[in-house]
Structure formats: C-alpha cells, structure tokens
Design a protein around this ligand. Structure first.
Ligand code: ZN
Length: 568
C-alpha cells in the first residue's frame, strides 16, 4: 500500500465529482438488473475476523517465501473454497506460482571519461545503480553518454525525446517526472492538455523511463533525482541499494538495460558541466517539443556485482464461473495483495510487521466480496476472478507476473477493481477514486455511490502518480481498465480535519511498522459501504452489454484499442 489522498474538503474540486455522477457515459450502468438495495449486505464482522487471522503473529507478517506465506495461501484457498468458488488456476489449483529473485547490488564507482580526462562518482552518495539482469556481475564499459530530456515517447502528445537517435548500447541521463509544458495562455500554469498538467502521467514514473530505455536498447539509464519533482527524498532512492526483488523471468531479464539507477542533481550538474553543458538550460529545453537529445561526447563505465537468491512465491486465485455460457469466457477481476514485510525493524520489542491495514484488510474485504458475489441472484453472467497477489511491497511483482502470464486472456478481461487498504474509521459521505475520470469504471462507481447518497472525489495529490503505485496498474499497462479506490475523506458526524488527522497518525506511527495492527477504535461501518459499492461495480460490469473503455486522451486507451482490435 502506498500512502495517498487526504485533502481538506474545501479544496476539493467538487464540480468534477458532480459532473461525473450526473452524466454516466456508455456503457450505461442503468442497464444493471439489480439496484444496490437488492445486493447482499457485506458483513463488517466477517471482514474483521479475516483481518484478525491474516494479521495475527502466527502469520508472521506474510513475507513472500516465509512460513507466513504457506499459512496465508492455505487460509485464502480455504476461504475461497468455503465461499463456493472454484480453484482459479485452470490446472485445478488455487495458486499461480511466482518465481522471484532477490538481487543485492554492490556497484563500484561510476567512471566518466572525456578526451582522456577521468572523473569518478561515488555509489550511494552521488548515484545509486542496480540491475534487473539475473547474473552475478554486470559491466558497463565505455558506454557513450546521451542526455535524453525526460526520456519520453508519447504519441498522443506528438512528443518524442529521442527523435530517431540510435541509443543502443548507450547510457542515458534523463529527468524525473513528465515534461512540465507551460500553458500557452498562461506561462505560470502547466498545459492541462499535455501530460495531464499538474497530474502525473505514467511517463513521469521512473519505471516508465527504465522500460522505454530498455525498449530502445540503451545499456544504462540514470534518472536525475530532484526531491520536489520526484516526490520523495534521496534517502528513499538510496533504499534501492539494498536487496531488490524481481520476477525471475525466463530470459533472466536480459532484455532490460544492464544498469538502471539514479544520479543526484548535484552529480548530474557536475557531469554535464564536464561536457560543457548547463543542467538548468538543458532542463528548460527538455520541456519543449522541439528538444533534441544531446550526445555528451563522454563515456561511462561501471562494474556491478550482485548477490542473488531465489524465492518461490504464489498468487492465490479463486473463480466464480459466469452463468451465461456465451459470456463465461469473459472476466472481471478483483485484486488485493496478501503480502507484507514479515519480520522487520523492532518497535517496542515487536518485530512482526502484521500489516493489518496493509493489506490484510483489503484481502479480507475481497474475501467478503467473493462470498457476497456468490450469493447474488441472478448470478453474474461473466466469470469473476478473485486474485490475491504476492510481492506488492517488493514492487507490484505478483500482479506484474499475472499480467505477463495471465491465466485468462487479458483481452477478455473487462476490468479490474483493486483493494489496497480499507477505511477503518467509520462512515463517509464520499469515496476517493485515484485517477478519477480514467475509465468508464468510474461511471459504474458514480452510479453506485449515488444510490448510497455518496459522491466520488479525485485523490488530492495527482502530481504524485499514486495511480501507478498499486497492483491494478499492471493491468492498466496492458490496457485493461482498472479502478483504484481509496476510502472517503468526509467522515459523517466528524470534524472536517478528522480524515487528515487519522491518516497522518497512521502514516507517522504505523505505516510499514509492527504497530500496523487492529486497533480498539476501528469502525468498519464505512468499509462495508465501500465493499458493497465495489461488489456492485464488479457485478454490473459482469452483466453489461459493452466493455468498459478508457476515456479519450488516457495513456492506456490506445493499448486497449489495439489489443481488442487484434482479437477480432
Ligand atoms: Zn505497503
């Protein structure tokens, strides 16, 4: 789970939520056969009981590959079976094996050479380097350096930072976030039509930059870290120097660039100066469409040894087969990650990171939705998959694995609802949707919310790109519309700052710590409303005439269109 949202009520763009609720676009949820009132109610006691088990010390914090994993997988399989689901893997089991490999990098210094003059930069202090290659050692030798702006190719904005330059075998220096293109009418504002204005698009995420560099055959890519635009301090980047888990892909990830990493802004400024370039000037140029990549006339060399270990983990999956024979081979997916950090840094004599909220709570809510989905009459026409994924905390790996090796075709998967953390502080009159307005799934949510006399709200900090930071995102990347709800922020009968206060308490005291446990003051009455809303979305999508689609201008729309066109 990532920490997100929480904006004072007065600052929220309410008009947006209202517009969304009152103008449902096609496909029309109005065609849904059942009103919310006729759907089964969700049980707070059942959710709490499942959280209690999953977050108990016996489960040891549910680390991938641990005894906690064995217990968790067994528990989830048992609960799915009790709910009346079928084993979700077509091989007749409840699991999908997810091979992981832990890599601990030990880089030497980064050597830059220009005209026989050498300069070296220090690991951890000046840069952080790692590799996805599943090998004991990678070597970057005299690789030509290129400054490639934001490292973005975005056809929908007619934007290309590479302009046809061959970067095979080269080392790219790129900027963090997406290009801050000024509004042509008002230069102090960002152009809302290009890269989402203030909101971050996927082009701004570091994972995108590494993926693009690999696609173009670059040997290495270093992102310049600026705390403000990255949204996190250098200390967080330094965390990458510890063991990192990756999927143990059959190609040993050799399709990726050899070296991925970060440079501090100071180191980047110095490096560019060696090439006779000015960092700030290049940065200004990079925010324009006309930007041309800049070969720096220098080379980079770096050795990187890695310690390796493999861990076999598992996604757990249950299936409710669709009742309509002509639609049973089409799917709606619920995702919730079951994993957490296991034994972690000691706090008050306790070293078990129980992850009650993160994400025993979301997993428990998904179990309860499965039970209630099974009880709905008429039964859903399409099949519903309940997918509890592993290694979210290690970089969304279980969901990445499913999206890469789907058990059912993604072009027949209509949509994904992700549950990562639930509201534990009572009823709200609203529901935050991260990336609100991304797809038609929001119309289903708005219609269901309206029946509960609630409204939808966007997340408060779209510039931080939270949409790209939980499991649904791996489906979005493959074009499958994906819904990423938070809890609400407007607590009924509570002061306006209540949500912010409770969230801050959690972030500061409990997030990723042994104290993330069930608390005496938990009140799941609001979570129960949310769960019923999620139940309605999945059920109605399973009954709908049409597939949900991404909104026009969304970065995943063309991927989906291409996937669906290829299918026919
Ligand atoms: Zn987390």
């Amino acid at each position: 789970m990532r920490i997100s949202f929480g904006l004072p009520l007065s600052l929220l763009p309410l008009a947006f939520a209202v517009a969304c609720a009152s103008e449902p676009a096609a496909p029309k949820p109005a065609a849904a056969p059942l009103p919310m009132a006729d759907l089964p109610n969700v049980s707070a006691e059942a959710i709490l009981a499942d959280i209690g088990r999953l977050a108990s010390d016996e489960f040891e914090g549910r680390a991938p590959g641990s005894k906690g994993e064995t217990l968790t997988v067994q528990y989830l399989s048992d609960q799915f079976a009790k709910a009346g689901l079928e084993p979700g893997n077509p091989d007749g089991t409840w699991v999908q094996k997810v091979p992981l490999v832990g890599l601990t990098p030990a880089p030497t210094s980064l050597e830059i050479q220009k005209d026989g003059v050498k300069k070296s930069f220090k690991p951890i202090t000046d840069f952080v380097a790692f590799s996805k290659h599943v090998v004991g050692e990678v070597k970057l030798e005299n690789s030509e350096l290129v400054f490639a702006g934001y490292g973005v190719q975005a056809p929908e904005y007619n934007w290309d930072d590479f302009k046809g330059l061959d970067v095979k075998g080269k080392t790219l220096i790129v900027l963090v976030n997406d290009p801050p293109v000024p509004d042509p009418q008002n230069a102090r504002e960002l152009d809302a039509k290009t890269f989402g204005g203030k909101a971050m698009t996927y082009y701004g995420r570091w994972t995108y930059k590494y993926e693009k560099a690999a696609e173009l055959g670059a040997a290495a890519v270093l992102i310049v870290h600026e705390a403000y635009s990255a949204g996190y301090p250098w200390a967080v980047v330094q965390g990458n120097a510890a063991e990192r888990f990756n999927l143990a892909a059959p190609d040993k990830n050799l399709g990726r660039s050899k070296v991925e990493g970060w440079l501090t802004m100071e180191a980047a400024t110095e490096l560019l100066k060696m090439a006779g370039q000015d960092y700030q000037k290049l940065k200004a140029l990079a925010a324009t469409k006309a930007f041309q990549p800049v070969p720096l006339g220098m080379t980079a060399s770096l050795g990187l040894k890695q310690a390796m270990r493999t861990v076999d983990s598992q996604n757990v999956i249950g299936k409710l087969p669709g009742a309509d024979p002509s639609l049973t081979n089409e799917y709606v997916i619920y995702t919730a990650h079951w994993d957490h950090f296991g034994h972690c840094a000691v706090l008050d004599g306790d070293d078990i990171c129980n992850g009650a909220l993160d994400n025993a709570s979301g997993t428990a809510m998904m179990l309860e939705i499965a039970r209630k989905m099974k009880a709905i009459q008429p039964a859903p026409k399409r099949s519903i998959l309940f997918l509890s994924v592993t290694a979210e905390e290690q970089g969304l790996l279980g969901s990445e694995y499913y999206a890469a090796y789907p058990l059912y075709p993604l072009d027949k998967t209509l949509g994904v609802v992700n549950i990562d953390g639930i509201n534990q502080w009572g009823k709200t009159s609203d529901l935050v949707v991260v990336g609100l307005g991304a797809s038609d799934l929001d119309d289903y949510a708005a219609a269901a919310a309206k029946e509960q006399n609630r409204t939808l709200k966007p997340d408060a900090e779209p510039e931080k790109g939270f949409y790209y930071r939980s499991d649904h995102f791996n489906f979005a990347k493959k074009g499958v519309p994906a819904f990423d709800p938070g809890g609400g922020v407007d607590y009924i009968g509570k002061p306006a700052d209540y949500s912010q206060k409770k969230r801050d308490e959690y972030t500061n005291n409990d997030y990723h710590k042994p104290s993330d446990q069930i608390k005496a003051d938990w009140d799941l009455s609001g979570a129960v409303d949310d769960a019923k809303l999620f139940l309605a979305i999945g059920y109605r999508v399973a009954q709908a005439e049409k597939y949900p689609q991404w909104e026009t201008g969304n970065e995943f729309r063309s991927i989906r269109e291409a996937a669906l066109a290829k299918r026919k």
